[in-house]
Design a protein around this ligand. Structure first.
Ligand code: SF4
Length: 689
C-alpha cells in the first residue's frame, strides 16, 4: 500500500469583495482542502483571516456544491434541473447565442460583478468573449461607482494613503465603515494607532461593532454626510485651522468652497444630520488641535456612505477635508477610500476591447446593472435598443442583491429570456437559469489580484483539483468562444498565462510565484507636494468637468430620494449593511456561518419599537410601496431613532417569506457614478401576528 502523501501547503489569495485581499495558505490532505489560514509572511494579512474565509474548506467541500452542468426542467424559479454533459450544455448555449446574435448581438447581456475580484476569473476571457460577440456592455455600478467617480473628480483617481500608515495617525475618522465586520485588517492598524494614543471617531448611522469600540460615535442620518463635512469645514475656517500654503498651491476652487462651507454652521448641519451640535463642534476642535500640533489626521472612508442619492457629492465633500489642513503632507494623514487606482493592471490586454470591431457591430449600447429589474422588462424601442433576449450571469447573484427585487424577479421569470448562470451553488439567481454551469472556487483555479485596501499584488495558485466537473470561468468562456467559431489566438490563452499578462513586466513575476505577493513601489505620502493626477494637477474642490456636464462644480448637499422624516406613511429610514458573517450574498448557505446569524434581522431603536408594540425577537413585516419583507426584530441601540438596519444580504429562499431586504430598495441612482442608492429607502414596520 503506497504511503499517504504528506499534507501540502499552497499560497493563494482571498477572492472576495473586501478591501483586505488577504494572502491565504491552504493545507491540502489527500486532495482535500482541510484548512485555510492567513499567510503570516504577508504583512497586511498578518496570519489572520476573517471568520468567513477561515471556513473556506466547509464552503469548498459543501454537500450542495454544483458539480455538473445542469439544464432546467421545471418552471423558472422552481429550481428543478437535470444533469447534462458539458458538450451538450455548451453546444446548445453556443447555438442559442448564435441564433440571437444573428438577429442582434446587442440583445445579449453579460451580468457579473465581484463574486471574485480576480482579474482572470472576473475580467479577462469573459470580456474578450462578449467584446468579440458584440454584446451589450454592462455598467458595473452596483457597489462603488459613486465613490469612485467622486474620487476621480476630486483627487484624480482611486488613490490615497497607504493603509499601513494609519497605524501612525493621531486622529482617525472611520466614516461610513464597519471595519471590524468588513475591513478587519485596517482595524488592526487602527488598533495599533489607538495603543499609541490616537483617537478614533466613527461616523455611521448604525452603532456597529466598530462604532462601539471607537472613542466617539456620530450616528448621523443616512445621506447627511456632505452636510457634516461642510460643517467641519465651517469650523476649520472660523478658527483658521487652515494650511493656507497647501490650499494656495495644491487646490483648485478654494474661494468658492470656502464661501459654500460658511453656509453650513454646525447648528444648521446638526438639524440636517440629526446630531447634537456640540458633537460636530467637538470633532472639528479635535481636528483643529491636531492641525495646531502638527499631528496627522486620517480618514478611512468606506462605501456605505455613498449609497444615497447624494452619495457621490458626499464623498467629494469628505475628500476635500484633508487638503484644508494640509493633512496630505504627512504619510499618516489624508484619506483612503480605495487604493485600486495604484495598480498598473493591463486591462486592455486582458479584456481586448478591440475585438468588438470584429463583431461587425457599428455601435455598442450599455446597460446599468443596478437597473436590471427595469431593463429586463423593457421592450425593444429606438431609445433602449433590442429587448434583452439572453443573459449570462457569473460572479453575481442579482436576484438577491440587485435593488427592487420584485422587478428583478419578474424580469428573470420571463419565459422568453435565455439565462445561463455560472455558479458554485444553487442561489436565488440559479433557480431562474436555463443552464446552470458549475464553476471552480478560488481553491481550484489560477488567478491574480490587485486590492482596493492595500497596495500589493497577490497570486492565487490552485490548491486542489476542480471539484466534480467544475471549470473555471475563463475555461468556460474559452470553450464557448471555440464553439462560436472565434478564431483569434487570444482565445487560446490559458489561465496561468492570463495571470502573467495581467501586470506584464510592471511586477516581478518570479517573486510573485515564489512568495504569492509583491508590493508596488509607491511614495509614502503621495500628495505631500500636491501632484494630484487631475487635469489641473491640484485637489479639485471645483471640478470643471462636472460643471461642463451641467452639474454643480462644487460638492453639493443633496437630499435623499426618500428623505428621512419626509413621509408619514413610511416614517423610518432603512439602511441595509451586511450581516457580519456574510459578504453580500456569499456565505449565506455555509451552515456554520448561517447558524451564527440565526435569522434575517431588523435592528430597531427601543423608542421606535415601543411606539409600534414590537418586542425584541418578535417577527415583523417591513414594508413600503415596493414590497413586504418578513424578519425578526432586534430591539437595540445599534439602531438610532428613526432609522432601522435591515442586515443583509440573505438569500430570498432562506428568508421568512421568500424575500430579502432588497424587496424594499428602489432602482433610483446616485448623483454621480450612476450607482444604486440602497441606503436611501423609507419603510414602515409592524409586528406580525
Ligand atoms: S473576506 Fe476580507 S478579511 Fe476575509 S479573508 Fe477575504 S480579504 Fe481577508
Amino acid at each position: 500500500m503506497p504511503a499517504p502523501m504528506p499534507p501540502l501547503e499552497v499560497i493563494g489569495a482571498c477572492p472576495h469583495d473586501c478591501p483586505d485581499t488577504c494572502s491565504l495558505i491552504t493545507t491540502v490532505n489527500d486532495g482535500r482542502a482541510v484548512k485555510v489560514r492567513g499567510n503570516p509572511d504577508h504583512g497586511h494579512t498578518g496570519g489572520v483571516l476573517c471568520a468567513k474565509v477561515a471556513r473556506y474548506p466547509e464552503r469548498t467541500h459543501h454537500p450542495e456544491r454544483l458539480l455538473h452542468p445542469m439544464r432546467r426542467i421545471g418552471a423558472k424559479g422552481e429550481g428543478s434541473f437535470e444533469r447534462v454533459s458539458w458538450d451538450e450544455a455548451l453546444s446548445d448555449i453556443a447555438g442559442r447565442l448564435q441564433a440571437i446574435a444573428a438577429r442582434d448581438p446587442q440583445a445579449i447581456l453579460p451580468y457579473s460583478y465581484a463574486g471574485t475580484m480576480g482579474l482572470v476569473q472576473g475580467e479577462s476571457m469573459d470580456r474578450r468573449f462578449f467584446n468579440r460577440l458584440g454584446a451589450t456592455q454592462l455598467e458595473r455600478t452596483i457597489c462603488a461607482s459613486a465613490g469612485a467617480a467622486a474620487l476621480d473628480y476630486t483627487l484624480g483617481g482611486k488613490l490615497g494613503m497607504k493603509v499601513e500608515h494609519f497605524a501612525e495617525s493621531r486622529l482617525i475618522l472611520l466614516w461610513g465603515t464597519n471595519s471590524i465586520g468588513s475591513n478587519l485588517h485596517f482595524w488592526r492598524y487602527a488598533q495599533e494607532a489607538k495603543r499609541r494614543g490616537a483617537r478614533l471617531v466613527c461616523i455611521d448611522p448604525r452603532r456597529s461593532e466598530t462604532a462601539e469600540k471607537c472613542h466617539e460615535h456620530l450616528a448621523l442620518l443616512p445621506g447627511s454626510d456632505a452636510a457634516l463635512a461642510y460643517a467641519l469645514m465651517h469650523e476649520l475656517i472660523a478658527h483658521d485651522w487652515l494650511d493656507h500654503d497647501y490650499l494656495q498651491r495644491h487646490t483648485l476652487g478654494w474661494p468658492e468652497l470656502r464661501e459654500r462651507a460658511l453656509q453650513w454652521p454646525p447648528e444648521r448641519a446638526a438639524r440636517h444630520c440629526g446630531l447634537p451640535e456640540q458633537q460636530i463642534r467637538s470633532l472639528a476642535a479635535e481636528i483643529g488641535r491636531c492641525f495646531e500640533q502638527r499631528e496627522p489626521v486620517a480618514i478611512r472612508l468606506n462605501y456605505g456612505m455613498q449609497r444615497t442619492r447624494g452619495g457621490g457629492n458626499a464623498v467629494r465633500a469628505v475628500a476635500c477635508l484633508p487638503a484644508l489642513i494640509g493633512a496630505w503632507r504627512q504619510r499618516a494623514g489624508g484619506l483612503l477610500l480605495s487604493s485600486s487606482g495604484n495598480f498598473p493592471a493591463r486591462r486592455n490586454q486582458l479584456q481586448r476591447p478591440d475585438l468588438f470591431a470584429a463583431s461587425g457591430q457599428q455601435r455598442s449600447r450599455s446597460i446599468n446593472m443596478s437597473t436590471i429589474g427595469n431593463d429586463l422588462l423593457r421592450e425593444t424601442s429606438p431609445g433602449f435598443g433590442p429587448r434583452i433576449e439572453a443573459l449570462l450571469v457569473y460572479n453575481s447573484n442579482p436576484v438577491a442583491v440587485a435593488p427592487e427585487s420584485g422587478r428583478v424577479v419578474a424580469g428573470f421569470a420571463r419565459g422568453d429570456l435565455f439565462t445561463v448562470v455560472l455558479e458554485h451553488f444553487q442561489t436565488d439567481t440559479a433557480d431562474y437559469a436555463d443552464y446552470l454551469l458549475p464553476a471552480t472556487t478560488q481553491l481550484e483555479h489560477w488567478d491574480i489580484h490587485g486590492s482596493y485596501g492595500h497596495t500589493d499584488v497577490l497570486l492565487n495558485r490552485p490548491a486542489i483539483a476542480p471539484q466534480g466537473e467544475a471549470r473555471s470561468n475563463a475555461a468556460i468562456f474559452r470553450e464557448l468562444a471555440a464553439r462560436m467559431g472565434f478564431a483569434e489566438p487570444c482565445f487560446q490563452d490559458d489561465d496561468e498565462s492570463l495571470c502573467r499578462q495581467a501586470f506584464g513586466d510592471a511586477i516581478d513575476w518570479e517573486h510573485l510565484l515564489e512568495h504569492g505577493h509583491v508590493s508596488l513601489k509607491l511614495p509614502d505620502a503621495p500628495f505631500a507636494q500636491g501632484g494630484f493626477p487631475t487635469s489641473s494637477g491640484k485637489c479639485e474642490f471645483y471640478s470643471a468637468r462636472l460643471a461642463a456636464q451641467g452639474l454643480d462644480g462644487l460638492p453639493q448637499v443633496i437630499d435623499n430620494h426618500e428623505p428621512p422624516g419626509s413621509s408619514t406613511t413610511y416614517p423610518l429610514a432603512m439602511i441595509s449593511p451586511p450581516a457580519r458573517n456574510f459578504l453580500n450574498s456569499t456565505f449565506v448557505n455555509v451552515t456554520s456561518l448561517r447558524d451564527i446569524e440565526g435569522e434575517p434581522l431588523l435592528e430597531i431603536h427601543p423608542d421606535d419599537a415601543s411606539a409600534r408594540s414590537i418586542a425584541d425577537g418578535g417577527a415583523v413585516c417591513v414594508f413600503n410601496d415596493r414590497g413586504r419583507y418578513h424578519c425578526k426584530a432586534q430591539v437595540s441601540l445599534r439602531a438610532r431613532p428613526g432609522v432601522v438596519n435591515g442586515l443583509g444580504i440573505w438569500w430570498r429562499k432562506l428568508g421568512l417569506n421568500g424575500t430579502n431586504v432588497n424587496e424594499l430598495t428602489h432602482q433610483k441612482l446616485t448623483d454621480i457614478g450612476q450607482a444604486p442608492a440602497f441606503y436611501d429607502c423609507l419603510v414602515e414596520v409592524e409586528p406580525l401576528a
